[in-house]
Design a protein around this ligand. Structure first.
Ligand SMILES: Nc1nc2c(ncn2[C@@H]2O[C@H](COP(=O)(O)OP(=O)(O)OP(=O)(O)O)[C@@H](O)[C@H]2O)c(=O)[nH]1
Ligand SMILES: [Mg+2]
Length: 318
């Protein structure tokens, strides 16, 4: 394993890919490997990019990657694909959109399905971020579609969040509903070649006035046309400046510490859940409770309370 760790630290592509598989499959090597990599983490800048389906996130990323590469910076992208509830398959359009960087050894693009990981997609993404971070990527970007709670959780693994809005979708209302306005740092109005972009910008700026504390710099709102490569330099400049502000004000440190706290919670809870499921036949117990409620009209809360106590006693006595 020392070898694998060393290869990852050297930025070896195949070793990085192998580490990602280990993480995704929750292989036995996962925990010791991540622990070995941990001391080398914390140097990368992590951005999250989110927005409605088709907002232009991948097209923007393709442009951002190109600009970052001109500065010789290494970039890794984790595109979280929504898994169709019908087919269970992942959509790989994101990778296609950024295909031209596939042969560039300074760019690593990885798609991940949004389901099927022990501890959830957030846990798996968090671990893949660590692999990229230790491997020396300067910028790690997570792309998610801003719809569900789990997507918001994933994008919140970033140091800073870029929210992509487009005119004509009633987006601003969508974003407000999902609470996404709250977590956005940089606001991008993409497809500015379309009607309504300026109006949307005004609306977003209006909403943001109520969000910001007076001491903080206002959240940048930038208009882009990703397909035309317009506004990309402005996005990067604004993002870098905002990152600097987060660093200087101590907010970056706070955010990272909060993430670590959340990570520990998640890991401990997952482990407890595993222990309970493995050793106390939880599935069987739950099945019996369901039967009691359905067949014998027992009261759910009272019933669970009673059995929870006996399960906890059993654990204590172990
Ligand atoms: N007119 C216009 N079209 C754009 C612009 N940016 C992206 N598009 C188009 O919008 C469509 C969706 O772009 P993507 O980059 O795949 O969007 P996305 O947000 O990554 O989509 P998902 O990952 O499926 O949520 C593509 O057909 C793009 O060519 C833009 O600035 N103007
Ligand atoms: Mg995309």
């Amino acid at each position: 394993m020392k070898d694998l760790t060393q290869q990852i630290l050297n930025g070896d592509i195949r070793s990085i890919a192998r580490a990602i598989s280990i993480v995704e499959n929750n292989a036995p090597l996962k925990e010791p490997l991540l622990d070995e990599l941990y001391p080398f983490c914390g140097k990368a800048m992590i951005w999250g990019i989110t927005g409605a389906p088709g907002a232009g996130k991948s097209t923007l990323l393709d442009r951002i990657i190109a600009a970052e590469r001109e500065q010789q910076r290494r970039v890794a992208v984790i595109a979280v694909d929504p898994t169709s509830p019908f087919t269970g398959g992942a959509i790989l359009g994101d990778r296609l959109r950024m295909q031209r960087h596939a042969l560039d050894s300074g760019v690593f693009i990885r798609s991940m399905a949004s389901r099927g990981y022990l501890g959830g997609i957030a846990g798996a993404t968090r671990d893949v971020i660590k692999v990229f971070d230790a491997a020396g990527y300067d910028l790690i970007i997570i792309e998610t579609i801003g719809v569900g709670q789990s997507e918001v959780e994933v994008v919140s693994l970033a140091d800073m969040i870029l929210l992509v809005l487009v005119p004509g979708l009633g987006d601003e209302i969508q974003a407000l509903k999902a609470g996404i306005m709250e977590i956005g740092d940089i606001f991008i109005i993409n497809k500015k070649d379309r009607e309504g972009a300026v109006k949307l910008k005004t609306e977003v700026e209006y909403v943001l006035r109520f969000k910001n504390e007076s001491s903080a710099p206002p959240n940048p709102v930038i208009m882009t046309a990703a397909t035309l490569n317009e506004g990309i330099a402005e996005v990067i400049a604004a993002a870098e400046q905002y990152f600097q502000y987060l660093t200087d004000s101590g907010q970056l440190e706070q955010r990272r510490r909060q993430r670590l706290r959340q990570e520990f919670y998640d890991i401990v809870l997952t482990k407890i859940q595993q222990v309970v499921e493995n050793h106390y036949n939880l599935t069987q117990k739950v099945e019996r409770l369901v039967e009691l409620v359905v067949e014998h009209h027992e009261k759910p809360y009272a019933l669970i309370e009673k059995h929870l106590n006996s399960i906890l006693k059993e654990i204590e006595q172990r």
